[in-house]
Design a protein around this ligand. Structure first.
Ligand code: HEC
Ligand code: HEC
Ligand code: HEC
Ligand code: HEC
Ligand code: HEC
Ligand code: HEC
Ligand code: HEC
Ligand code: HEC
Length: 455
């Protein structure tokens, strides 16, 4: 847009000063030319319509260490979920109790979190982070969480200061979230980052812009599968690929452009979309059949991502979710009921029930194969055929890992979300025919070699 077109808008804003504060008028006067993209996106948002402008969100709270003086006012660049909570309390509370909010600590920042807790320190605090350096710990720790670390250590790379191990930053943390630390000069470390479990300087967790990108903050965007697919894809959690393969994804691809993505949450349902998206099954109220939720765990029965599938773990409102894994069958059953309510808006209950019956059988099949796999490795360790010295540096260990972390997840998740190719060829077949076979073979070969050496 050229400047002449912008002027009337600007004058309008000044005139409607009832809505826009004097501070924001100043922000716009510079940012319309410095970062026109940001101002344009904001103008298109519901927030601009409602007069929620730059300073309302960016005006730094007194106790937020990320605040800095900026042309006479104190602002922050890290508008955390806590800032949004002044107007969106419900979404904030639900999000904070979801695994999304905690996933930086559950994932790449786990070694830091555990160490802080063991030392009796508050893992959320800026002081703890400055002393323990969570980002550096993620780069240098040997752990099965960083599956390349065992081999990197053995070969000497992990202790070589020139080898940055940068894939844990522009890898894990882009999805899971970083720890944003304000250094002595007020500079932000671990930023920019919009990982869904980002740890913010004000002590809150997560980033709403993982799904509602700034500055449109649109719910239409968040309802589309591509938003979730940004993180939910790839060899270890291919929910996006599974969705694309499913009948539901197929219908979305053929007619989704015409659907009504903007319907208010209370009204959103079968009038608006012909097939479910990720958000419809996991979050939307959908015909008001269930409560709209920002806790994406609320409608699940299983934990399908760990080694052994178990009913949903207790959440952060009850336990320390990072360190404690306590299955809660009641909660899981409630979750299943809610999910089925969504299906039943478009399918008869016998269709839905029959589908879940088959799905649960697959989870059980996988669990049986997993227990066998794990017993093989434990036996190999006890016979000294595989060394415990480094994690994931020997073929048997790598196969054991791939069986649960890659192929076995694809098998279970393909079954959960109507992706037959993922359940079968990329799932069960890769798990059993390739990985399990290679694992058995490598252990047997070791055993024979050891026998020969001993003779
Ligand atoms: C006098 C001009 C001016 C005014 C007034 C102004 N800004 Fe800025 N702002 C800038 C410039 C210049 C930058 C740096 C741009 C760059 O580095 O590309 C900036 C950067 C920023 C940043 C990013 C800082 C960082 O490095 O992380 C934020 C956030 C910001 N402005 C918000 C605001 C808000 C909110 C207001 C109103 C309260 C405002 N600005 C008013 C000129 C201004
Ligand atoms: C609804 C709240 C909200 C409003 C209103 C808002 N912002 Fe932001 N802004 C955010 C969030 C959230 C981020 C993402 C920062 C982060 O990583 O936490 C952000 C990021 C930024 C950044 C740094 C991002 C970058 O890509 O460089 C600048 C600069 C900025 N905003 C300026 C503005 C200006 C100027 C306005 C007014 C036109 C504005 N914001 C209105 C919430 C808001
Ligand atoms: C000062 C109050 C206020 C703040 C702060 C605020 N919002 Fe909003 N937000 C609103 C209002 C008012 C609406 C419009 C309500 C409606 O549509 O019913 C809205 C609407 C939205 C919507 C729905 C947009 C759509 O497409 O209909 C989203 C998403 C959203 N806000 C996210 C955020 C995020 C994320 C933040 C923090 C970065 C934030 N808001 C900060 C008041 C606020
Ligand atoms: C492309 C985005 C992405 C990247 C990169 C990524 N993850 Fe994940 N991670 C996910 C998603 C999505 C899940 C959820 C899987 C599920 O529940 O199906 C997940 C799950 C996990 C879990 C299991 C959490 C639980 O509740 O049991 C851990 C631990 C984890 N990731 C750690 C890491 C680490 C460490 C890295 C880097 C070495 C990493 N992830 C890289 C997206 C990513
Ligand atoms: C995992 C993705 C995701 C994240 C992260 C997320 N949202 Fe949402 N949000 C959605 C989806 C999807 C919808 C639309 C739900 C529906 O279909 O009604 C939505 C809707 C909303 C709405 C509109 C509600 C209404 O009744 O119109 C607001 C406001 C909102 N989100 C605020 C937030 C805030 C604040 C945060 C951070 C605390 C946040 N969201 C984080 C996905 C997300
Ligand atoms: C038709 C409804 C439906 C759609 C569409 C859907 N899901 Fe699911 N999803 C499910 C069901 C059912 C489960 C298994 C629930 C259970 O455990 O009982 C599930 C499980 C999951 C899990 C949990 C896996 C775990 O580790 O336990 C994730 C993550 C997930 N879905 C993400 C997505 C994403 C991302 C999309 C879109 C790309 C999506 N889902 C689309 C119904 C759906
Ligand atoms: C920025 C990355 C990112 C985006 C975007 C994202 N997720 Fe996730 N999601 C994750 C990660 C990482 C996890 C793993 C959480 C854990 O177990 O620690 C996860 C976990 C989940 C789970 C499992 C929750 C549980 O309690 O086991 C579901 C379901 C899910 N996401 C659905 C969605 C949906 C639906 C969307 C889009 C509306 C979405 N996600 C968008 C990164 C993301
Ligand atoms: C918004 C409506 C809607 C919702 C919600 C919905 N579906 Fe569907 N589903 C459809 C449509 C439409 C088809 C295509 C039917 C056909 O083939 O004619 C379909 C197809 C299917 C299929 C057949 C797949 C195939 O490959 O033939 C299964 C299985 C299924 N859905 C299960 C579920 C389950 C389980 C849920 C809930 C977790 C669910 N659906 C939620 C609309 C929906």
């Amino acid at each position: 847009m050229n400047r002449r077109l912008l002027m009337p808008f600007f004058v309008l804003l000044v005139l409607s000063n009832l809505l826009i504060s004097a501070e924001t008028v100043k922000c716009l006067s510079c940012h319309e030319s410095i970062t026109p993209g940001i101002v344009e996106q904001w103008k298109k948002s519901r927030h601009a319509e409602e007069g929620i402008s730059c300073y309302v969100c960016h005006g730094a709270k007194d106790d937020d260490p990320s605040g800095f003086q900026h042309y006479g006012v104190r602002v922050t660049s890290v508008v955390s979920p806590l800032y949004c909570s002044t107007c969106h309390e419900k979404e904030y509370v639900e999000f904070q109790r979801s695994k999304h909010a905690w996933t930086a600590f559950i994932g790449p920042l786990y070694p830091y979190y555990k160490k802080a807790k063991d030392m009796g320190l508050d893992p959320m605090s800026q002081e703890t982070a400055r002393s323990l350096n969570p980002m550096e710990m993620a780069r240098r720790t040997v752990s099965p969480l960083f599956p390349d670390s065992g081999l990197l250590k053995k070969l000497g790379f992990l202790d070589d200061p020139d080898y940055a191990h940068g894939n844990v930053v522009i890898g894990c943390m882009e999805c899971h979230g970083s720890f944003v630390v304000v250094d002595e000069n007020g500079k932000l470390e671990g930023w920019p980052n919009t990982g869904v479990g980002r740890v913010n300087p004000d002590g809150s967790l997560g980033s709403c812009s993982s799904c509602h990108t700034r500055h449109e903050f649109s719910k239409a965007q968040a309802r589309k599968p591509e938003t979730c697919g940004q993180c939910h894809l790839g060899p270890d959690h291919p929910q996006m690929e599974i969705y694309e393969e499913s009948k539901h994804g197929n219908i979305y691809a053929s007619s989704g452009e015409e659907w009504n993505w903007d319907a208010p949450s209370r009204e959103f349902g079968t009038d608006d979309v012909l097939a479910p998206t990720c958000a419809v099954c996991h979050m939307s109220g959908f015909n008001n059949a269930v409560n709209v939720t920002h806790d994406v765990g609320e409608r699940l029965y299983w934990e399908l991502q760990p080694k052994l599938s178990v009913p949903q773990w207790k959440g952060p409102e009850e336990v320390d979710v990072v360190l404690e894994r306590i299955p809660d069958v009641e909660k899981a059953r409630e979750g299943r009921k809610k999910m089925m309510q969504v299906c039943n808006q478009c399918h008869v209950s016998s269709w839905t029930e029959a589908y879940f019956e088959e799905f649960d059988k697959i989870v059980n099949d996988y669990n049986m194969i997993w227990k066998y796999t794990d017993s093989l490795l434990q036996q190999a360790y006890s016979e000294g055929l595989v060394s415990r010295e480094y994690p994931l540096d020997e073929v048997a260990e790598v196969m054991h890992y791939l069986i649960w972390h890659h192929d076995g997840r694809r098998w279970r998740m393909g079954a959960a979300m109507m992706g037959p190719d993922w359940a079968h060829w990329n799932g069960a077949i890769d798990t059993i025919m390739i990985k399990l076979n290679l694992m058995i073979d490598s252990i047997d070969t070791k055993r024979k070699l050891t026998e020969l050496e001993n003779k």
